[in-house]
Write a protein that binds this ligand. Structure first.
Ligand code: HEM
Length: 150
C-alpha cells in the first residue's frame, strides 16, 4: 500500500521499510535462540560449554531480540495509526499473533534462565518442535498483512 495521506505523510514508506527490516532481525533472533537452547541442553551443567552458551544466549536476547521487539512494535503501531488499521479485522488477527509472538519471547527468556541455573526441563525434541512456532506465526502474519483475507 502506498497511502501517503495519513499522519506519517511521505515518511510512511520509510517507516514501513524500517518495520520490515526490524521484523527480519526479530525473526532471526526468534529462530536462533531456541536453536541455541537445543545445543545448550546437551552440555554438562557448569562446564565451559555450558557457560559459553549462557553468554551467547544473553547476547542474542540483549543485542537482537529485545531491541527488535521494541522497534517492531513502535514502528508497527505508527503504521497502524497511519492507515487506521485498528478498525480492520485483518489487523485484529495480526495483533493477536504478534502478542502471542511477544509472549513466546517472554517464555524463551524464562526457559533460558532455567537452563542457566542448571535445569533442563524439556527434551531436545520438544525444544526443536517449539522452534517451529515463530516460522508458522510469521507465515500467517505475512498472509494477513499482504493478502488481507478479511
Ligand atoms: C509487533 C507488532 C506489529 C504491529 C503493530 C504491526 C503493524 C503493521 C501495520 C499497521 C502495517 C502496515 C500495513 C500497510 O501499511 O499496508 C504492517 C506492515 C507489515 N508488517 Fe507488521 N506489525 C507488527 C509486527 C509484524 C511482524 C511480527 C511481522 C512478520 C513476522 C510483520 C510483517 C509485516 C509486513 C511484511 C508488512 C508489510 C506489508 C505491506 O507491504 O503492505 N509485522 N505492520
Amino acid at each position: 500500500m502506498s497511502d501517503l495521506t495519513g499522519f506519517l505523510g511521505p515518511a510512511y514508506l520509510w517507516v514501513q521499510a524500517a518495520h520490515v527490516t526490524f521484523v527480519i532481525f526479530w525473526m532471526a533472533g526468534l529462530f536462533l535462540l531456541p536453536r541455541f537452547y537445543v545445543y545448550h541442553q546437551e552440555t554438562i551443567v557448569g562446564s565451559p560449554e555450558d557457560r559459553a552458551w549462557i553468554e551467547r544466549e544473553a547476547r542474542v536476547r540483549s543485542i537482537i531480540l529485545s531491541p527488535a521487539l521494541v522497534l517492531v512494535w513502535i514502528l508497527g503501531i505508527m503504521l497502524a495509526l497511519h492507515i487506521d488499521a485498528f478498525s480492520q479485522a485483518w489487523f485484529h488477527a495480526k495483533l493477536a499473533l504478534v502478542v502471542a509472538l511477544s509472549a513466546y519471547q517472554g517464555w524463551l527468556g524464562s526457559y533460558g534462565k532455567k537452563l542457566a541455573s542448571g535445569q533442563r526441563p524439556l527434551s531436545g525434541k520438544a525444544v526443536r518442535l517449539i522452534n517451529e512456532i515463530p516460522g508458522i506465526a510469521a507465515a500467517l502474519i505475512v498472509v494477513l498483512v499482504i493478502v488481507r483475507p478479511f
